[in-house]
Design a protein around this ligand. Sequence first.
Ligand code: NDP
Length: 321
Amino acid sequence: MTKRHVLMTGPLMRMVMEQLDSAYEVHRLWEAKDRDRFLDAVADKIEAIAVGPHTPVDGALMSRLPKLKIVANFGVGYDTVDARWAGQHGIIVTNTPDVLTEEVADTTLGLILMTVRRLSEAERWLRAGKWASEGAFPLTPSLRDRRVGIVGLGRIGKAIARRLDAFRVPVVYHGRREQRDVDYGYYPDLVAMARDVDVLVAVAPGGAETKHMISTAVLDALGPDGILINVGRGSVVDEQALIAALRDRRILSAGLDVFENEPHVPAELIAMDHVVLLPHVGSASVHTRNRMGQLVVDNIRSYFETGKPLTPVPETPVPAT
Ligand code: NDP
């Protein structure tokens, strides 16, 4: 039987590559010396693309592949894939929802605690020998007297809220619409919510619609005791506005897992002691990454075997038959 052809735009986990290699003819775009000639040679064979977070799949690429039917994205966020274009041209985009939700929520709670209680700074204090030489680490802010506002109360946002419920920390949220099935207070206006909370947790998707949602106005509303946590996408926060707000102490601190130009993190942030910076590790456990990788493979396999992928994104719905 002839094998189906899959294009990979960048390397993915070994378990993904091995499974794809064993079932399909896989073409590795990132290894091509001449990208145009490489694409010309395989263009009329490719039916699927498997894509990771740092290799955009835009209309220009998809339009070169006349048989392309599915783009399987590794990650729940698919802002690097032009899903709208794909939907308009009969191409299905899939992502990896749910399998990473609890992991990212765990990481977020870790980041909130690290930031509010200044735990990274406290550890640096110990390692520098200051506990013995200078005494106890200074007293810190507390979660006890704080209210958390979640920007993007979706799958991950709700898992974060559930954890905060157990911590007995009040939660409110902002999104494009009120959700009738949740008990948390809803703010249609993000600035108004920022004014009323002490910790703002951004877990909204990237893309044009959310770009720089966390602006100077939002940070100023959060105020000098306010803490920003971002685990969604770097583009959601105006990074230069954030740097200025942190520098001028117009907000207290920030805990960030995502950045505007990853993996490059502004030197100003790295130089600041009162921020916690993580290298986009929200879902990065062996357990969860394996489940995400498997879902990429299973989406492609399911599409090839049944004509239906498992987890299409809303822009490219698969009609029920
Ligand atoms: P969901 O789609 O379940 O939730 C997204 C939420 O964002 C929804 O509640 C939606 O609410 C809200 N939202 C969307 N657009 C806007 C907007 N323009 N303004 C305000 N709110 C908006 O996604 P998940 O919870 O599964 O994932 C969320 C994001 O987390 C991903 O897109 C990804 O970018 C990020 N992520 C980060 C990871 C990391 O490692 N740091 C790992 C995994 C995901 P409504 O529709 O009501 O507006």
